[in-house]
Design a protein around this ligand. Sequence first.
Ligand code: SAM
Ligand code: SF4
Length: 373
Amino acid sequence: MAKACYIHIPFCESICSYCDFCKVFYREDLAASYLERLEQEIKQKYQGEVFDTLYFGGGTPSSLSPSLLKRLFSLCSLFSLAPSCEITMEANIESLTEEKIKMMKEFGVNRVSLGMETTVSSLQQVLGRPFSKESFEKTCSLLRKYGISNINVDLMYALPFETMEDLKTDLDFLCSLQVPHISTYSLILEEHTKLKIQKIKPIAEELDLAMYQEIEKRLKQEGYQHYEISNFSKEGYLSRHNLTYWKNEEYYGFGLGAASYLFPYRRGNTKSLTKYLQGEFSFSEEKVLREDAMDYEVMLGLRLMKGIDKKAFQKKYGVCLSSVYDYSSLVEKKVLKETSSFVALKQEYYYVLNEVIIAFLDRKRETVANKCF
Ligand SMILES: C[S@@+](CC[C@H](N)C(=O)[O-])C[C@H]1O[C@@H](n2cnc3c(N)ncnc32)[C@H](O)[C@@H]1O
Ligand code: SF4
């Protein structure tokens, strides 16, 4: 079966105040050595499977200079890519030049994910990400000029000091862009970030919820399908790569801090650039029991508005979902809705997804579950 592949490019030209991702300041010499090691890691681990999706994430992959971008694409010739492979690259508008877009198009990149976060200048200052709306529009136009119209935009909300009016300003701009996919992120104040060190307080939970509801209402009005708890898409533009994760399917992860899931192993790479550059790629390995794989299936499947695919579950594990988990009371209480094919979260409970997941997993039928293994 075709698999997904994630490649981590950990370089950024500036570091945002909220970011906890695995990243370092861009330096051409470090990036060049990194790509050499990346090639070595791929040669060591890749077993030749066909990839249905390829995703360059970061950090900021578009921060690579044109010559290193060329190098990155040429090392991807090691892969066997399906003819219809979805190839996504994360980018930000500061580093995405016309020259790089041309190279991306030539290589086959057919989806670009742009971090917008917010257009309100006082909030941009808090995040450390200033840019003008005009430059953002210009980048979208350039991508379309080169035939890359499958664009995702990341929107952050629940930012320190953000008001509902600020969010509406961002949504107005976002909708005017007419991009086919939008990912939304409620700010998480992560340890060791500038915002956390500055002891910035989160906004009130009620406002966070009201913002989530506003986003959902507005994007639905604009014709977006809310298909995953934080993701919206126009018809036919669901993120195929991210669906691999949410459907608990297998994927390779190469590069600093990258994770992979090749059943029965979940593996993680080192987050130390020094170690990675010394050729010490791997950091952790966990053997996933079938029982745990089923729990993952539930946790991830409930993120999808369509829900957990009961037939796929039965096919993968040889048992039906309801014989492993007794979730009937959650259906009776109208927390979940069930059809012959899916079990899904009801819209009123999207905001408390984690609590529902805990309740679902708590209802594991120990005796039946044990029989499955
Ligand atoms: C890998 S990052 C983005 C790629 C690219 N470097 C950029 O910043 O545009 C993916 C997205 O995660 C979101 N994100 C990052 N840190 C976050 C945090 N602490 N809380 C909520 N969302 C966050 C942002 O929306 C960001 O665009
Ligand atoms: S949010 Fe993106 S650009 Fe900012 S530091 Fe993190 S990875 Fe880099």
